[in-house]
Ligand binder design. Structure first.
Ligand SMILES: [Mn+2]
Length: 297
């Protein structure tokens, strides 16, 4: 049997009634160092059964809002073809009352998702969690590299906020200094006053409709070691989930992706467990008991 997110009972997996749509995108086209993002979605789904349905902070059972696990997207033969497949595969998912959650795959899948989302939400802004600025115009000869993700996103919306960034080039630094208020460093988040300042900056900058792209390397490698380009000095789980909670309360989050999980093959599945908890947290933060399919139960 195909592995689905949480292996829910059929009542919770009908496309007509479900709120959440999990879309696996096993793509690994331009990864430059450690490989394995191709196996990310499957590995994340495989551990999802281990997660509690009850959110320990929000006190709701988010799977009762319904979660459909879609078939994995087919993989393109070229980056251009992959981008087109992702764009076509996500266009129909951005609808009122529906929340797509895309599991990568490498980060280069995000620009076509954002492009699709802006068709439904023209004011869309993007909240990026990442260690890397991903603002290069091209990398290793490709404009579709995972190192160019946010530069391509800027072609759909100029309204982005980057959190957790701690690795970028001179070119990217110069690109950033024109827009310094869109980048939140990890050190800013370490004190409570810094966190509050960062939070007000994030909320001020984001528009009403927000898409979240979460590169798992935003978190410290101590939390999420299985990723292509781990960087020391990353965010904690609590910092990331507090930001997601506050943004979800203040804004309308229209969808999200979790990318760059590159599972180890040595039995260590800490990163997959974290990714599935992150997916659950994003869902819990973006539904209420009013979204429950079985409100009479
Ligand atoms: Mn990254």
């Amino acid at each position: 049997m195909k592995q689905t997110f949480l292996n829910l009972e059929p009542i919770y997996t009908h496309p007509e009634t479900a709120k959440f749509f999990v879309l696996p995108v096993p793509y690994e086209g331009t990864v430059c160092f450690l490989h394995g993002t191709l196996r990310g979605p499957e590995a994340i789904l495989a551990v999802s059964n281990q997660m509690e349905h009850f959110d320990e902070e929000l006190f709701i059972e988010f799977p009762r809002a319904g979660i459909v696990t879609l078939e994995p997207l087919p993989t393109g033969q070229t980056p251009e073809e992959e981008m087109e497949l992702v764009y076509q595969g996500t266009r129909s998912l951005f609808q009122p009352g529906k929340f797509p959650l895309i599991l990568g795959g490498e980060h280069s899948i995000t620009p076509p998702i954002v492009k699709a989302a802006t068709e439904s939400y023209p004011d869309l802004s993007v909240l990026q969690f990442d260690a890397h600025a991903d603002l290069r115009d091209s990398y290793q000869g490709s404009r579709f590299s995972h190192a160019c993700t946010m530069r391509r996103v800027l072609e759909s919306t100029q309204n982005i906020v980057q959190v957790g960034i701690r690795s970028f080039s001179l070119e990217e630094y110069e690109e950033c200094t024109d827009h310094i208020d869109r980048m939140i460093t990890v050190s800013t988040l370490e004190s409570e006053s810094g966190f509050r300042w960062a939070m007000s900056k994030i909320l001020e900058r984001l528009s009403k409709n927000v898409y979240i792209t979460f590169d798992i390397d935003a978190l410290d490698p101590a939390y999420a070691p299985a990723t292509g380009t781990p960087e020391p000095g990353g965010m904690t789980w609590r910092q990331a989930t507090r930001i997601i909670e506050e943004v979800s309360q203040a804004k309308h989050v229209v969808g999200a992706d979790i990318v760059e999980v590159a599972p180890f093959q040595n039995g260590n599945c800490v990163t997959e467990f974290l990714a599935v908890r992150l997916a659950g947290k994003i869902m819990a933060c973006n539904c209420t008991v009013d979204d429950y399919i079985d409100r009479n139960r």
